[in-house]
Design a protein around this ligand. Structure first.
Ligand SMILES: [Fe+2]
Length: 254
């Protein structure tokens, strides 16, 4: 499986505290069937994103683990004005492996009115935003209209593996399942922060998805789509159910 959202790099944000914890997290990922993991440190008001340090830490951990799992670079990109300006100048600093997909997160309390315009500008520049954990956002939980529109524009949605259970509360769990049933989820990722409470495990999610849907659904969300994303390749996206037809497909360009 391929995990496109994790905070495995030590002492860089609120993820792994030290190098030992990074290594322990990587071992958990490998032991639970993750072959590739994307390190996505925060870039927000609290944590400054340092692309050189990210590369350095990935190199260090790759040497220490022998590349099991393979570590890719990315960023948990907060949609702030400063970040957007920097990405418009050079998005390859923030996108996964410097290619076409950008992990975009929102604050819990506020989604700026200019969001749609910002997403459109990024898309016009050849960047496909991957909206991270909308199921955990109290504003987005209330209505899927915005999310449907963003998907139609060219965004993808990533939900958190632990939200398939009630680890993040009932509202997040309910929203995750509702989005899955509407065909609005394109990737499931761990958003791991540590070894214990938020570990980098996708195996439990795979079992749940296989049981509740089928093995193909689990494979699409945990293997095929994330594999295309880290390689900067096309992801095929089904239109949300509420748009009327499940036969309509959007063709993404990456
Ligand atoms: Fe995150």
């Amino acid at each position: 499986m391929i995990d496109i959202h994790s905070h495995i790099l030590w002492d860089i944000d609120d993820g792994a505290k030290d190098r030992d914890e990074s290594l322990a997290m990587l071992k958990i990922a490998a032991d639970s069937g993750t072959t590739d993991i994307v390190a996505t440190p925060h870039s927000d008001h609290q944590y400054k994103f340092d692309p050189e340090l990210v590369k350095e830490r990935i190199l260090d951990l790759t040497e220490a683990t022998g590349g099991t799992p393979r570590i890719h670079r990315g960023c948990d990109f907060h949609l702030s004005l400063d970040n957007v300006r920097a990405a418009m100048e050079n998005h390859t600093v923030f996108t996964i492996n410097g290619l076409g997909y950008l992990m975009v997160e929102f604050a819990d309390s506020f989604i700026p009115p200019a969001t749609e315009e910002i997403l459109r500008s990024l898309i016009a520049q050849g960047v496909a935003p991957v909206i991270t954990h909308p199921e955990r956002n109290p504003i987005l939980q209330g209505s899927f209209k915005r999310l449907e529109k963003w998907i139609g524009m060219g965004c993808l949605l990533q939900i958190t593996a632990q939200c398939l259970t009630d680890r993040f509360g009932k509202a997040a769990e309910k929203t995750a399942w509702a989005l899955l049933k509407k065909g609005m989820v394109h990737v499931v990722a761990s958003d791991a922060h540590d070894t214990e409470h938020r570990p980098p495990r996708l195996d439990i999610a795979r079992d749940i998805l296989t049981r509740e849907f089928n093995a193909q659904m689990a494979s699409t969300l945990l293997e095929e789509n994330p594999s295309s994303i880290i390689a900067g390749q096309r992801v095929w996206v089904e239109a949300p159910v509420s748009e009327g037809s499940r036969k309509k497909w959007f063709h993404f360009w990456k």
